[in-house]
Design a protein around this ligand. Structure first.
Ligand code: TYD
Ligand code: MG
Length: 467
């Protein structure tokens, strides 16, 4: 039998090339192509030579008798919320995030909570020794939880322990990048190893009905390392976000076959592990001045994260630049989106921003992805340029179009209600979709065009100067 030809696989995107090249044609990454031995046997440990004849595929209707499976709840409400109400037996969950953000911590806490509830739970670490895990468990005060610990990296060995009649109800594997399948020759962490290991474990989880929780490392671009296919293979993908300097951590569901995606769980990192923050809506507001007014350059955005409203302070600083190319630095928001808002302010509202440095920051280490934040970002920028604070107790939201128009966004009523609950009395918002929709306690000012918002600030600044 001829030896299988070596394959050259891009470690960024998983594309297979006939020969080595410096740059991957598929994704444009440099120095990412690595020679890997071709698979010696079918992926996922499927037995070769399966029968092609025999009983044919039996189709079934949608209303078959599938018992409603009971989800495994951890009792950590924020975690149960992101998973859509608990872990589904037989499903696979991938948890990604920057190094040191708290993936191992949260999963050990989850394992401890499940074990304490009488669900047999295994925690398999390829990164840490048993002693290190014990030390962490002591810190987390879950030493009394009957977790089954193991340090292993060989998928065959792990599968052997789990492919039994009564496997644990939940299995944590930390991390998928440390595992290796013997039949593949490439090093652990390469695309084919990650894919092969995940396939084998996911297949086993489905066959044996346990819930698989995988930790995945992220690349410097913030994506889960290894092929994107890993995200396709699992049922749920959670990202753990947060700024290392801040104590808040956000667990965000970016994909969930068993619940809403874009749901978030909010935690606080303490010296006793991650504590849940059940009412995070006011968490991302900075300490305001006593009368509720903000300094110029800040605006409060009434956002929605998952199913929950969340008020977030957006801060901007616009100043003269010392460089020939002005700096544009963004933390917590999309820089392309900032460039767009700046362009619209410049082209449609006559605000001169060329030659100025722009810094934008979302307070508290949150990442905002909603286009509804456009108007709040614009308000913070205009406020900084004109040195005119946003009126006190005011929230802002709305999407900005390239023509300078302000578009309605989803769940406007929910946003306003949350703002009212937290003591805000005014809103700068797009036209309400439903006529006559009023939220008690909030005076919503309709902003049709971005230029109207600029005029609002200019008038206020003019009045201040005039008085
Ligand atoms: P860890 O879970 O090891 O991160 P990851 O697995 O994502 O790489 O978290 C490590 C960080 O969390 C570390 O910097 C210390 C901090 N930490 C606490 O602040 N309190 C704690 O109780 C624990 C266990 C960790
Ligand atoms: Mg870890």
């Amino acid at each position: 039998m001829a030896l299988p030809a070596p394959r050259h696989v891009c470690q960024e995107c998983g594309a297979v090339h006939r020969k080595w090249a410096g740059k991957c044609d598929a994704c444009g990454a440099w120095n990412a192509i690595v020679e890997e031995a071709a698979r010696a046997k079918a992926p996922g440990g499927l037995k070769p030579g399966r029968k092609t004849r025999g009983p044919s595929l039996a189709f079934e209707g949608l209303q078959g008798a599938s018992a409603d499976v009971a989800r495994l709840q951890t009792g950590i409400a924020e975690f149960d919320r992101v998973t859509g109400g608990g872990l589904v037996p037989g499903s696979a969950i991938l948890v990604g995030g920057d190094p040191g953000i708290g993936k191992s911590t949260v999963l050990l806490q989850v394992a401890g909570a499940l074990a304490k509830r009488g669900i047999a739970t295994a925690y398999i670490s390829g990164e840490e020794a048993i002693d290190q895990i014990r030390m962490r468990a002591r810190r987390l005060r879950i030493l009394d939880a009957p977790i089954m610990l193991a340090a292993a990296t060989d998928v065959g060995e792990i599968a052997g322990a789990l492919d039994v009649h009564e496997p644990p109800g939940a299995v944590v594997v930390d991390s998928i990048q440390t595992l290796h399948v013997d039949s593949l020759e490439s090093a652990p962490g390469t695309v084919s190893q990650v894919r092969g290991s995940a396939q084998e474990l996911i297949r086993l989880a489905k066959a044996r009905g346990f819930c698989l929780l995988l930790v995945g490392h992220v690349t410097k671009e913030g994506l889960i390392a290894g092929p994107k296919v890993l995200e396709h293979m699992v049922d749920t993908v959670l990202y753990f976000e947060g700024e290392r300097g801040h104590q808040f951590r956000i667990l965000r569901a970016v994909k969930n076959r068993f619940g809403p995606s874009d749901e978030i769980g909010v935690f606080e990192m303490t010296d006793g592990g991650l504590m849940e923050v059940p009412n995070p809506s006011a968490l991302f507001l900075s300490d305001k001045q006593d009368d509720g007014s903000l300094v110029s350059g800040a605006a409060v955005f009434a956002g929605i994260e998952g199913t929950r409203p969340l008020l977030v302070e957006i801060q901007a600083l616009v100043g003269p630049s010392a460089f020939s190319t002005p700096r544009r630095a963004v933390v917590g928001w999309d820089s392309a989106r900032l460039a767009m808002v700046l362009a619209v302010l410049e082209a449609r509202c006559g605000l001169s921003l060329a030659g100025r440095d722009v810094y934008l920051n979302v307070a508290g280490g949150l990442r905002v992805a909603e286009p509804a934040a456009d108007l709040a970002v614009a308000a913070a920028l205009i406020s900084s340029v004109l040195d005119q604070p946003v009126t006190e107790h005011t929230v802002v939201f709305g999407e900005i179009g390239l023509g300078g128009e302000v578009r309605a966004v989803g769940q406007q009523e929910t946003r306003l209600k949350e703002a009212a609950k937290l003591g805000f009395i005014r809103a700068l918002a797009p036209k309400q979709r439903k006529d006559g929709m009023r939220v008690a306690g909030i005076e919503a000012r309709e902003i049709k065009r971005l230029a109207d918002l600029v005029a609002l600030f200019e008038n206020a600044a003019g009045r201040k100067r005039g008085s």
